[in-house]
Design a protein around this ligand. Structure first.
Ligand code: ATP
Ligand code: FE2
Length: 319
């Protein structure tokens, strides 16, 4: 089977064609970015509306597939105005091609495509993106969230900090670059059991920058060291509790080399295998949406709509 996937839940509008063997036949993306300031949902949706047709057309052409069997779209979680654009685009193209349409959960797609792109079988998932930070395992056909952020996602925390010191969106990659020139200075460290709290640290770091106490480079380095250590601590505890011996890092922040390094050292020390989704698939893309559509093709489908607040642990894993 061949599936066209459409992603548009946040900053990126994307289309991809994937076969049921897991072969990526095309992968086209267009990301909304800003020089300064964060993501504005209405603006991102406008961006998606402007480029969606070109993105979908390109994905279909590049795949060289004459017959598409299924269209899958990202139904949530995400920003409502953006989710709407992706849904309308998916509806339009599925009607045009006269093929079924299926909505999939964006977070689930990150997880299952993580298995497709790596050799992990039954890992503790560390899902760190802009909006999400969750430690997850699959148990009895349900994803269980063992720990999570109590305020913003780690990526959003980095982005908010970046905005506060004058970096544009997304700030994560810029922070990683600047951190290479920085040295450590102490920031608060807030782990609550298996959960994490980021916003107080972000506020403190921005204040310290504004009061000119600390350089951008030192702040970037220290933000990374602090936030990533917190995440590594709860990840280790999740491995210990579940007795699993695989860790899989997924989501946009998985692009960060220092985070990958910290988690892999921790895994090595406790004889667990560490996997990280390949860099090119860490962030939002439509390959994962198409793949999830193929996995769920024969299963009970949810009503075609957007689900901006759908949580991972509400979903029956029937595939
Ligand atoms: P979700 O809806 O799954 O939460 P998302 O829409 O937030 O996903 P992703 O593309 O998965 O998007 O992740 C984007 C985040 O990843 C942004 O916050 C960005 O700053 C962060 N990021 C990207 N590259 C890096 C990097 N090298 N280091 C740190 N953070 C990064
Ligand atoms: Fe995402």
């Amino acid at each position: 089977m061949i599936c066209l996937g459409i992603e548009g839940s946040a900053h990126t509008i994307a289309a991809a064609v994937v076969s049921s063997k897991g072969t990526v036949l095309s992968d086209v993306r267009d990301m909304y970015k800003t020089v300064e300031g964060g993501i504005i949902p209405i603006e991102a949706a406008k961006h998606h509306r402007n480029v969606k047709d070109v993105v979908i057309k390109k994905a279909l052409e590049e795949s060289k597939e004459k017959k598409i069997d299924l269209v899958a779209y990202s139904r949530g979680p995400g920003l409502s105005p953006c989710l709407h654009v992706a849904l309308e685009a998916a509806k339009g193209i599925s009607e045009h091609l006269k093929v079924p349409l299926i909505g999939v959960n964006h977070a689930v797609a990150h997880l299952t495509s993580g298995l497709l792109f790596t050799n992990a079988k039954d890992p503790v998932y560390i899902y760190v993106s802009g909006a999400n930070t969750q430690i997850i395992v699959l148990e009895n056909k349900r994803y269980r969230i063992l720990g999570e952020t109590l305020d913003t996602g780690l990526g959003n925390a980095l982005d908010k900090f970046g905005r506060g010191i004058g970096l544009g969106f997304p700030a994560g990659p810029k922070i990683e670059e600047l951190s290479k020139l920085g040295k450590y200075y102490k920031l608060p460290y807030t782990v609550k059991g298996m959960d994490l709290v980021f916003s107080g640290i972000v506020t403190k770091a921005i204040n310290d920058f504004k009061n000119k106490k600390v350089s951008k480079e030192d702040l970037c380095f220290s933000m990374q060291e602090t936030l990533f250590s917190m995440l590594t601590e709860v990840s280790e505890r999740a491995l210990a509790h579940t007795k699993k011996d695989e860790l899989l890092l997924i989501g946009g922040v998985a692009a960060n080399k220092r985070l990958v390094e910290m988690l892999s050292i921790m895994c090595k020390e406790r004889n667990a295998r560490f996997f990280s989704v390949p860099l090119q698939y860490a962030g939002d893309q439509a390959v994962m949406i198409a793949w999830q559509g193929l996995l769920e093709y024969n299963k009970v489908r949810k009503h075609i709509d957007i689900y901006p607040y759908e949580r991972l642990d509400q979903i029956d894993v029937e595939w």
